[in-house]
Design a protein around this ligand. Structure first.
Ligand code: ADP
Ligand code: MG
Length: 208
């Protein structure tokens, strides 16, 4: 992949910040209407932190900084969950300056395990995991067929897009949306949507 982790994270932050209202509206329908606000606040803090860190750091250092910043700056459930995901993804990418499919597989797996450790949710409960797990499976399937990183990301993004659609068809059993019970049906999950947006931005970034 061309470009640094620094630039990739800046692009992801930009996407989240420009989708602040959209993510907040999705959360207003089934939660407390703050997902976009939480995520934008987190990624604004990340942008400031990254500026002081400088662009020449390896992927692990960048992701560790992102994770710690999200945990310390976001109040909602999503801050600690995404923060843990980025922190965990920082381990297999330590010392690496370029992303390859093997490392990306380990990073995605570590991120998902982190989210599950922290949030105790599993696939099918209408959370970000309904995007991240199918995305991971599709990515791994591509890697097993020796596809390029971009192709694997394309598979992952398509699975992620379907994952967002799938969240409309299920009832939330974790997080605030679970308070709504059946009334969460028909609505796409905000956290699943932000996960999709991040993956899609990574794909667009890697295509540049
Ligand atoms: P809060 O729910 O505290 O208001 P946000 O609105 O920022 O936090 O984030 C809500 C999103 O967090 C949900 O849409 C869902 O995807 C995700 N989420 C909530 N609880 C969990 C959990 N236990 N595991 C995984 N994801 C979760
Ligand atoms: Mg919320």
């Amino acid at each position: 992949m061309k470009g640094s982790a620094y630039e990739a994270m800046a692009a992801i932050g930009q996407t989240i910040i420009s989708n602040k209202q959209f993510l907040t509206d999705l959360d207003a329908a089934i939660g407390d209407g703050d997902h976009g606000i939480n995520m934008a606040r987190g990624f604004e803090a990340v942008a400031t932190k990254l500026l002081s860190l400088g662009p020449d750091k390896d992927i692990g250092v960048i992701l560790k900084t992102v994770g710690m910043t999200l945990i310390s700056s976001v109040g909602g459930a999503s801050g600690p969950l995404y923060g843990t995901a980025f922190l965990r993804a920082a381990s297999p990418s330590q010392g690496k300056f370029e992303l390859d499919t093997e490392t990306a597989t380990l990073m995605l797996a570590a991120a998902i395990t982190g989210i599950k450790d922290r949030g105790k949710a599993s696939r099918g409960e209408k959370t970000m995991l309904d995007v991240l797990e199918p995305a991971y499976d599709a990515f791994v399937a591509g890697a097993a067929e020796q596809k390029s990183l971009i192709e694997c990301l394309e598979f992952a993004c398509e699975a992620a897009r379907q994952g967002v659609e799938f969240t409309k068809t299920i009832v939330a059993t974790k997080g605030r949306a679970s308070y709504l019970g059946e009334r969460s049906l028909g609505h796409q999950d905000p956290g699943a949507t932000s996960s999709y947006l991040m993956l899609q931005t990574l794909l667009e970034f890697s295509r540049r």
